[in-house]
Write a protein that binds this ligand. Structure first.
Ligand SMILES: NC(=O)C1=CN([C@@H]2O[C@H](COP(=O)(O)OP(=O)(O)OC[C@H]3O[C@@H](n4cnc5c(N)ncnc54)[C@H](O)[C@@H]3O)[C@@H](O)[C@H]2O)C=CC1
Ligand SMILES: O=C(O)C(=O)COP(=O)(O)O
Length: 597
């Protein structure tokens, strides 16, 4: 699942121009604290902000709230050019440092290619970035930022508006009265109270819709493979499987992003599994529904009604059977269109764009980070160590204990200002989060992701005497207030503790709990606690050998001879369940754990 440590953090494809402007001045997020155990005179900062010769130019290609425009104008030349054709956009873009769009502009590869390297940031004044080619942006060293929170309530309110309008035929009845008719029998609706609403995608918008639907007396269930069950439980919503959600719901409301996995997630096959007479609401993205299949399901009576704000092609063709269907209520992608939300997203995106142009990292950045090559070159082995320690530590946590508080200690002979730990912290965060979620963490979004998940990471430096040639002596990761799958990983002070060093360019695990070990963090690891007695290494070694599992490294740490010992074994292959069971069955082994790093 998780990409290797050298993936997105180490190999951004960035042109020199964007590196110099974006790599400096990266502020610490408020969810982190740093403690220095010993003070030293600060050395000169490593990075300086690169000043711009002239004001940058920001192209605003879709209508943006005034407050956002004002923020932009304080810092840049702002060109508001709406309704540009793709060709006009490509022509203009070579003169722009930033581009701001909503959902109506396709920022495809051609746009980045046409920019000739000048475009440094694309700001999406909203959530969905499916209209921006992120891969192309990253390849061209262009940061993409969005405004992920300011339109949440507006979208949720629109979802509820569609739900209630559909149930009571408001749009159809309104048109009928205006056409001079009075059809009270034709527009008998359905009640919402007691009905089951399935919220598909329990993120920001989905959970707000759920909260509001509960207020309407609906029974709300949700499907979201990545949402934490406790967040759903907290508002009285049960997380269920996709099939259960669609089979039991009277109303289905879609709130997931458009991705290759969610594309046409409602299709002939899934409509066939729904309750007859189900009603569908979509304020997410048109592409999550196979629109032809929806028309068939409406005609077959499987779907009684649909209320749609978004379409596969926007605007949809006038003669679209779906749009014209009398049991379908439509709006022209209005989910985010309230005065309040538009002012909010305008400010959110303008701040992020200005920050990026000044060389700051935006918390709402959605693509690859910009990291100076010389910093990465020096930190590279420690970056790998940092991610592996994070991965190891989180896998030592027993199921059910939520990870909330992590302390990272860096021991170094460098003065604090001469050691930038943001990359290391991002990698530890990546290591901590990726094994237990589907979130993709990189330098840009690590702090933001940790904060969103309620994960607090505090940093501490131990300043060592000695040569500051190497940036770091060791890194320690401690997770507080959790149980461990491997009790020996708990230190005297009660936290899961792992410590590692870089030896000959290779990351090594050098401490687990109170036990000193020494095993390279290259393949996978078996940690065993046993009674310290002769023959143990041989016994475990021969169980692994019988199964052709190659041992790369082995080390034993103990309190005192013939007392307790912890054995750390590096293995090249993943041992089978049977082999692991055989290790567990060795009488002197008191506990063991297998961990993929
Ligand atoms: N109509 C409009 O004007 C607006 C539309 N939107 C759209 O609403 C959607 C949700 O936005 P937010 O809640 O802000 O995003 P979010 O990222 O907070 O929530 C999306 C949720 O979908 C879940 N998800 C991902 N894959 C899934 C799958 N296969 N099945 C079920 N759940 C899955 C994620 O885990 C996440 O919890 C996006 O598509 C966004 O573009 C958002 C604002 C306005
Ligand atoms: O934020 C989103 O994802 C939206 O769909 C809103 O789109 P808009 O900015 O109104 O074009």
């Amino acid at each position: 699942m998780a990409a290797s440590a050298s993936s997105n953090l180490l190999t951004p494809s960035v042109n020199k121009q964007s590196l110099s402007s974006l790599s400096s001045k990266l502020p610490l997020s408020s969810c982190f604290s740093v403690t220095l155990r010993r003070r030293r005179t600060a050395a000169a900062p490593r990075f300086v902000v690169v000043s711009m010769d002239a004001k940058p130019t920001v192209l605003v290609a879709e209508k943006l709230g005034e407050a956002g425009l004002d923020l932009l104008k304080d810092f840049a030349n702002v060109d508001c050019s709406y309704n540009l054709s793709p060709e006009e956009l490509c022509t203009k873009i070579s003169l722009c440092d930033a581009l701001i769009v909503r959902s109506g502009t396709k920022v495809n590869r051609e746009v980045f290619e046409s920019s000739g390297g000048r475009l440094k940031v694309v700001g999406r004044a909203g959530v969905g970035i499916d209209n921006v080619d992120l891969a192309a942006a990253t390849e061209h060293g262009c940061l993409v930022v969005n405004a992920p929170t300011a339109n949440t309530v507006a979208a949720a309110e629109h979802g509820i508006a569609l739900l209630t309008a559909m149930a009571r035929n408001i749009a159809q009845a309104d048109a009928s009265v205006k056409a001079g008719k009075w059809q009270r029998n034709k527009y008998v609706g359905v009640s919402l109270v007691g009905k089951t609403l399935a919220v598909m995608g329990f993120g920001k918008v989905g959970s707000e819709v759920a909260r509001r639907a509960k207020g309407l007396g609906m029974h709300v269930i949700a499907h979201d493979p990545y949402a934490p069950a406790d967040r759903a439980r907290a508002i009285g919503v049960e997380l269920v499987s996709f099939d259960e959600a669609i089979a039991t719901a009277d109303f289905i409301s879609l709130h997931m992003p458009l991705t290759p996995t969610t594309s046409k997630i409602l299709n002939d096959e899934t409509f066939a599994k729904m309750k007859k007479g189900v009603r569908i609401i979509n304020v997410a993205r048109g592409g999550v529904i196979d629109e032809e299949a929806l028309v068939k399901a409406l005609d077959a009576g499987i779907v009684a009604q649909a209320a749609l704000d978004v379409f596969t092609v926007e605007p949809p063709p006038k003669d679209s059977k779906l749009i014209q269907h009398e049991r379908v209520t439509v709006t022209p992608h209005l989910g985010a269109s309230t005065m309040e939300a538009q002012e909010g997203v305008a400010i959110e995106v303008a701040e992020a764009v200005v920050g990026a142009l000044k060389g700051e990292l935006a918390a709402t950045a959605v693509n690859a980070p910009m990291v100076p090559a010389e910093v990465l070159a020096e930190l590279k082995p420690f970056v790998v160590l940092a991610e592996k320690l994070g991965r190891l530590a989180v896998q030592l946590v027993a199921g059910g204990s939520g990870v909330k508080s992590v302390k990272v200690t860096y021991a170094s002979a460098r003065a604090p200002d001469d050691l930038d730990t943001r990359v290391l912290r991002a990698m530890i965060t990546k290591g901590l989060i990726e094994p237990i979620s589907s979130v993709f963490v990189n330098l840009v979004n690590a702090d933001f992701t940790a904060k969103q998940r309620g994960l607090r990471i505090s940093e501490e430096r131990i300043i060592l005497d000695g040569s500051p040639e190497s940036p770091l002596e060791f890194i320690q990761v401690q997770i507080a207030n959790v149980e461990s799958r491997f009790a020996s990983a708990i230190s005297e002070s009660g936290e899961i503790k792992v410590e590692g060093r870089v030896k000959d360019g290779i990351p090594h695990l050098t401490r687990v709990g109170s036990f000193e070990v020494d095993v390279s963090l290259e393949g996978s690891i078996i940690l065993c606690r046993q009674v310290d007695q002769p023959g143990m290494i041989g016994k475990v070694g021969s169980v692994l050998g019988e199964e052709n599992v190659n041992i790369s490294f082995m080390s034993v740490g103990r309190f005192a001879p013939r007392n307790q010992a912890v054995m750390a074994i590096g293995v090249d292959e993943q041992p089978s369940k049977e082999v692991l069971k055989k290790i567990g069955d060795i009488p002197a082994i008191e506990e063991f754990v297998f961990i993929k790093v």
